[in-house]
Each structure stands twice: as C-alpha cells, then as structure tokens.
Design a protein around this ligand. Structure first.
Ligand SMILES: NC(=O)C1=CN([C@@H]2O[C@H](COP(=O)(O)OP(=O)(O)OC[C@H]3O[C@@H](n4cnc5c(N)ncnc54)[C@H](OP(=O)(O)O)[C@@H]3O)[C@@H](O)[C@H]2O)[C@@H](O)CC1
Ligand SMILES: Nc1ncnc2c1ncn2[C@@H]1O[C@H](COP(=O)(O)OP(=O)(O)OP(=O)(O)O)[C@@H](O)[C@H]1O
Ligand SMILES: [Mg+2]
Length: 284
C-alpha cells in the first residue's frame, strides 16, 4: 500500500503502536502488523511524474576491487548525488582501504548523508568508534560476532547473552543514539530510546550474503523513511521503522526462497524473491 492510503490506519491506531513499540509485546503478531503498517507508510508512491533516481540513489562502498590512489576523491564526486550510503559488505580489512573508508565516512557525515554500516565497515567502527559517535543518521547492522566486537570496544563489557534487548539499547545509547540492528534468530533494533524486535518467519538456512540483502535494502528504506519524515512514522524514529522494514523483507525473502529451494537455497535465490516479498508485505 502506498503512502497516502496507509496513513489513516496508522493514525487511527496510535495508542496501540505506542504499546507495540515500547513493551515486550513488540514481537507479537499485533505489534508486528502495526510496525509493518508504519513501513508501508514510508514507501513512496509510484507515479508518472517522477524521473529515475527520484526515489533514491544509494551508493555501496564494498566489493572486491582495490582502490585507486584517488579513491576518496573519486567517491567524493559521487557523494553530492547520493541519498544514502552502505559501507562494508565484502570490503576487506586492508589498512589503506579502511583509511579511505574513514575519509568517505567523514565526507558523508559532513553532507548529512544517511549511512548503513555492515561487515568490514563494522570492523573499522570497532577500531574507531569516534568515527560514528553521535551521528544519528547511521545504522549499524552487526551479526552476533560483530556485535560482541562492538560492545567490547564501546562499552568495555563482555556481552550479556541473556539480555539482548538491553545490550542493543546500551550500545546504541553509548554511541549517541546511532541505530543498531543486532541480527539473529530475532533481529533486535534500537535507537537508544526504543527497542523493537523483528521475528518475521525466515528459514533455518544460514547461507552467506543474507546480511548484504539486509544492508542494501536498508539503504533504500532509510532514505525513504527520512524523506517521509516522523509524521509518517507516527513520531517514531524513521531509522527504526526502516530497519524493521529491511529485517522483515530479508526474512520474508529467506522464507519464500526456502520454500522453493530448501537446503540448496542461496542468497541469489533470496534476491529473486525481493519483488514478490515486497509486494506481499508492503503493498497489500
Ligand atoms: N557478498 C560478499 O561478498 C560477502 C562478503 N563478506 C565478507 O566476508 C568476510 C568475513 O565476513 P563474515 O561475515 O564471515 O565474518 P564474521 O561475521 O566476522 O564471522 C567470522 C566468524 O565468526 C563466527 N560467526 C559468524 N556469525 C556467527 C554467529 N551468528 N554466531 C556464532 N559465531 C558466528 C564464525 O566462526 P566459526 O563458527 O566458523 O568458527 C565466522 O566464521 C568479510 O570481509 C565480509 O566483508 C560477508 O559479509 C558475506 C557476504
Ligand atoms: N537464527 C536465525 N533465524 C532466522 N533468521 C536469521 C537467523 N540468524 C540470522 N537471521 C537473518 O538472516 C539475515 C542475515 O543475518 P546474519 O546474522 O546471517 O548476517 P551475516 O552473518 O552478517 O550474513 P553475511 O553472510 O551476509 O555476512 C538477517 O535478516 C537475520 O534476520
Ligand atoms: Mg555480514
């Protein structure tokens, strides 16, 4: 469903939403459905009046090519045209490369570009948390190991595996309300104020690359959410709603792909499900 038509339903259930986001029933069926409605609200309508790029140009700093000596300058030329940046998937941990990424992060922050950080980008943040400290347009998407690494670097604590919600909330707060998405059996999301869980049914298949689908789709949704503004998300953080949407989409893709391919499912099979999964979840 597009922006306009989803709006009335969301305003109509404001009281329920407050409960759904702040209490332990955030992952109940009702809470999930309410949160999904907020995601539907940020999806821009398709109209004949737009030209390409108007619903977002997302840059990805990742992949496998070694940098040119002028990498930062080259990327800098693109930055003014980008609406969001995804940093880290498949990037590697080479010192020169990470030093370039550091400069790209600084340039993006100076321009107020939303940044999603995953994989080796998180490695860099664990070495230098100050790089992202207090930048509230950033979302970090750590898996279990990456989250432990970040927690130890930022909070100095060994991870309390029993209290995932508390751990994610504390990390987000310590980073100055940077949004954190801890991936796992349930995805736990916090902006340092509220905690949301995504328990959309996925699959038992744990093939590599699923995190890339999450961070990439999140790059798009972060832009859509910020563009839509807090009124569309009923006053909740746009980045929290975007993260919930990307987690739900990724898990639904996993679910659909697994139904077709079972144990042989790969992330490529999940990518083929993005369109149908998106329609099913967000265009009802
Ligand atoms: N498309 C591409 O090009 C992609 C490229 N990628 C690139 O690959 C590189 C390495 O990335 P990664 O994700 O394998 O490294 P990371 O998460 O540090 O795991 C290291 C070790 O931690 C463990 N472990 C992991 N998860 C766990 C869990 N939930 N719970 C418990 N343990 C867990 C596990 O250890 P094991 O169990 O095997 O002993 C694992 O081997 C990195 O450069 C990244 O950019 C990837 O992003 C994929 C897509
Ligand atoms: N135990 C699980 N059950 C269901 N879904 C899961 C589980 N663990 C992770 N996921 C889902 O898989 C997606 C990727 O999370 P994962 O933890 O595998 O990332 P990752 O290790 O960074 O992956 P990548 O191989 O791309 O680096 C997320 O959407 C998450 O919700
Ligand atoms: Mg990963």
């Amino acid at each position: 469903m597009a922006v306009g038509s989803g709006c009335a339903a969301v305003w109509g259930c404001r009281r329920v939403l407050k409960r759904a986001f702040s209490l332990h029933n955030a992952h109940s069926v009702k809470g999930m459905e309410d949160a999904l409605q907020l995601v539907r609200n940020i999806v821009p309508p398709l109209t004949a009046k737009k030209h390409k790029g108007q619903d977002g140009r997302v840059g990805v700093v990742g992949g496998c090519r070694e940098d040119s000596p002028d990498a930062v300058h080259d990327v800098g030329k693109w930055l003014p045209r980008l609406h969001a940046l995804v940093v880290g998937p498949g990037l590697g941990r080479d010192d020169v490369l990470l030093s370039n990424v550091k400069d790209i992060l600084e340039a993006s922050k100076a321009r107020g570009i939303p940044i999603v950080i995953d994989a080796d980008g998180l490695w860099l943040i664990a070495q230098q948390p100050a790089l992202i400290q207090g930048y509230q347009k950033a979302v970090l998407t750590p898996n279990h190991v990456e989250f432990s690494r970040l927690s130890e670097a930022v909070l100095g604590d060994p991870l309390d595996g029993q209290d995932r919600r508390g751990a994610v909330l504390r990390l987000s707060q310590a980073l100055g309300n940077v949004t954190v998405v801890q991936k796992g059996e349930r995805d736990v999301i916090s902006d340092g104020k509220q905690v949301l869980e995504c328990s959309q049914e996925g699959s038992g298949r744990r093939c590599g690359g699923q995190g890339d689908l999450l961070s990439g789709s999140l790059g798009v949704l972060v832009h859509w959410a910020l563009q839509a503004g807090p009124e569309r998300t009923d006053g909740f953080s746009p980045l929290l709603v975007a993260a919930f949407g990307a987690c739900t989409l990724t898990r639904q893709c996993s679910h659909q792909a697994f139904q077709k391919h079972g144990r042989s499912t790969t992330t490529t099979d999940m990518i083929a499900e993005v369109g149908p999964a998106f329609s099913r979840l967000f265009e009802t």
